[in-house]
Write a protein that binds this ligand. Structure first.
Ligand code: BYC
Length: 335
């Protein structure tokens, strides 16, 4: 086919058959998406689809490993051996989620080194939520309850994402997120039911500080979300930012009642007509400041990731040397 095209002579004619092939590939891709089908790594996909996935999956992976830092801060200070073991397991899970997600992004042709370099250079985003400090032990419980709760709400629909390697990673991640959310809620219930007044105040204070940033995790309103329309069209996102945020508010208000804490929003009220809770305005200026690098802990978080990368250089070098030796040992000597 290409030989025939080259025989045609002028440049435009030479391009025409390739263009026609791409049109056909695009038609098949769109048809598969419209049928609710999945795209595998080796399938043809439009460049923009690939780039959108690398952007979202790598931001998600970075969020997991940066997300280890605020809670990791409390591992040495957990109040009991049981809570320490649970927190260790949770933080370790998050490292694992990062690994699944970097691996899913790599199937799209971008190396993990490139992705991490973008993070370390401050060129890549990660979730705004991890730029807030964990001031007390109650923050660890509230992260489990609200932050992991918001993460589950956002991530369950991603198990049906049109890009199959991402969808498969998300199925595993969501199972673990559900344990994370429960451990947080359980830690808070213990403080609220069996704790002192000071501990109950600590929980309320943590809820007051984490509530609004948790609502920001779902991203900007649909009306100003740059990528939503195209990502929904491609079946990468299945539910919009605002709809997920609303689902989260509706579920969380009831959990707050059971816990015995109030949510810091005087406008929070059940709306009979909408069959949803109304809530007050979100401070989008704060959100934009945080994602632009000016949140309370952005510099500290990035510095911690860069230090971990640099301190781990000898481990990577040793692993590579070991792999090279193992490969050399298994290669039969030439006769
Ligand atoms: N923080 O057009 P939009 C976790 C950016 S991990 C920072 O709506 P999209 C956990 C967005 O990237 C939680 N940036 O974008 C881990 C875009 O910027 P660029 C992470 C945000 O992609 C450890 C711009 O704003 N979860 O929970 O359609 C321990 C416009 O937004 C944020 C995921 O990553 C934000 N909150 O939708 C515990 C899930 N929101 O790229 C818990 C997967 C928006 O144009 N990701 N931006 O420079 C997604 O579902 C989507 O990417 C989002 C945003 C809903 C987050």
């Amino acid at each position: 086919m290409y030989t025939q095209a080259m025989d045609l002579g002028p440049q435009e004619n030479a391009q025409a058959p390739r263009h026609a092939v791409e049109q056909e590939l695009l038609r098949r891709f769109d048809a598969r998406i419209d049928d609710g089908g999945f795209i595998e790594a080796k399938d043809w996909m439009p460049d923009h689809y690939r780039k959108t996935l690398v952007r979202q999956i790598s931001q998600h992976a970075h969020s997991e490993i940066v997300g280890m830092l605020p809670e990791g801060n409390w591992i040495t200070r957990a109040p009991t051996l049981k809570r320490k073991a649970i927190l260790l397991a949770k933080v370790q899970d998050e490292g694992g989620h990062g690994l699944y997600l970097y691996a899913a992004a790599e199937t799209l042709g971008t190396s993990r080194d490139e992705l991490l370099d973008a993070l370390h250079q401050g060129r890549a985003k990660y979730s705004s939520i991890f730029n807030y400090p964990t001031l007390t032990w109650a923050d660890v419980g509230v992260i489990g309850w609200l932050v992991d709760g918001a993460a589950i709400m956002n991530q369950v629909p991603l198990c049906r994402c049109s890009y199959a390697p991402y969808a498969r990673a998300m199925i595993r991640i969501c199972r673990e997120e559900s344990f994370h959310q429960r451990q947080g809620y359980d830690a808070l219930l213990t403080m609220m039911r069996d704790g002192t007044q000071r501990q109950r105040d600590m929980v309320q204070d943590a809820v007051n500080r984490w509530w609004w940033p948790s609502l920001m995790m779902f991203g900007p309103p649909d009306s100003s979300s740059t990528h939503s329309a195209q990502s929904m069209r491609w079946g990468i996102k299945r539910i919009s930012n605002d709809d997920l945020r609303q689902k989260f508010v509706d579920a969380t208000v009831e959990q707050a009642k059971l816990l015995g804490v109030s949510l810091p929003d005087p406008q929070l009220a059940w709306n009979e007509q909408r069959n949803h809770y109304d809530f007050g305005p979100i401070d989008w200026d704060e959100f934009h400041r945080v994602i632009a690098g000016d949140g309370p802990c952005n510099r500290e978080r990035l510095a911690a990731r860069v230090k971990a990368w640099e301190d781990g250089a000898w481990v990577r070098a040793a692993a590579q040397a070991h792999a090279a030796k193992a490969a050399a040992r298994s290669t039969p000597l030439a006769a």
